[in-house]
Design a protein around this ligand. Structure first.
Ligand SMILES: [Zn+2]
Length: 255
């Protein structure tokens, strides 16, 4: 990850990151080493992005490797569990497929130095998503595509929330987008419902399940049996849909 620095670097470093690898029981394991000032002990984490090891600025590499070695069984087991649901970072080039409402859109970059457009122009046509502009930089393309996704997401979520609310005798809530990565929806006592814009990558039935889930929270602000009965009343096959979303959601987190 890159950070744009608005101010010059402080003279004392607070944290640093590096890519490392280690051999564990005959497997080469790549990991990210994060050093933070004041961090105590050695922290191991394995998730869809791989292994991350957190230590203090002064922890020697021998101590880091000893700790990983001691936990080799756990590390290899976790990596294996995550291997089929790894989050692969999105490539921003012509021909890559990106998910949109359960379908794949083929990304088409049309980059011209002399383009008169200051901001990239994004348009979907026949299963393709065209991005026209001056810069092919991944960050520029990603921002343009994300803005386009958000523009499609809000009216869709708002329309589905309105539809299901009316159908089930609820006052339609206010619908907002969130950028949460790891939480598809949330709601609060002010009847505001938020959906992650990334949810627009999922097929419509999965979106409807999340919408019904949040609407059911307007009646039950918890995950009680009564809450799940309400979800089932609004969305009878919610169990299958929830399982599908859990099993596939890593695919929706690439960007
Ligand atoms: Zn919930």
């Amino acid at each position: 990850m890159f950070f744009k620095l608005k101010r010059p670097l402080p003279t004392t470093i607070a944290s640093e990151q590096s890519e490392r690898s280690i051999a564990l029981q005959g497997h080469r394991v790549d990991y990210k080493l994060v050093r933070r000032r004041g961090r105590r002990g050695v922290g191991l984490k394995v998730d869809g992005t791989g292994m991350t090891v957190a230590v203090s600025l002064s922890t020697p590499m021998s101590a880091v490797e000893e700790m990983i070695g001691k936990n080799a069984d756990w590390v290899l087991k976790k990596l294996d569990e995550w291997s089929h649901r790894r989050i692969v970072p999105q490539a921003w080039q012509t021909g890559t497929t990106i998910f949109f409402m359960g379908d794949g859109l083929t990304l088409m970059l049309d980059i011209a130095d002399d383009s008169t457009r200051r901001k990239p122009f994004v348009e979907s046509l026949m299963g393709h998503l065209f991005v026209r502009g001056r810069s092919a930089a991944g960050t520029v393309i990603e921002k343009a595509v994300v803005d386009w996704y958000k523009k499609q997401a809000l009216p869709h979520f708002a329309q589905r929330a309105f539809f299901f609310a009316k159908l089930h005798g609820l006052v339609p809530p206010h619908v907002f987008l969130s950028s949460a990565n790891g939480r598809w929806g949330s709601c609060n006592a002010r009847r505001e419902v938020r959906f992650s814009w990334r949810l627009i990558k999922a097929r419509p039935a999965l979106i409807d399940y999340v919408v019904c889930h949040e609407l059911a929270h307007l009646r039950h602000m918890n995950h009680s049996t009564a809450f799940w009965q309400e979800v089932e009343h609004m969305c009878s096959d919610y169990r299958e849909l929830k399982a599908e979303l859990d099993a596939h959601d890593h695919k929706f987190r690439a960007f």
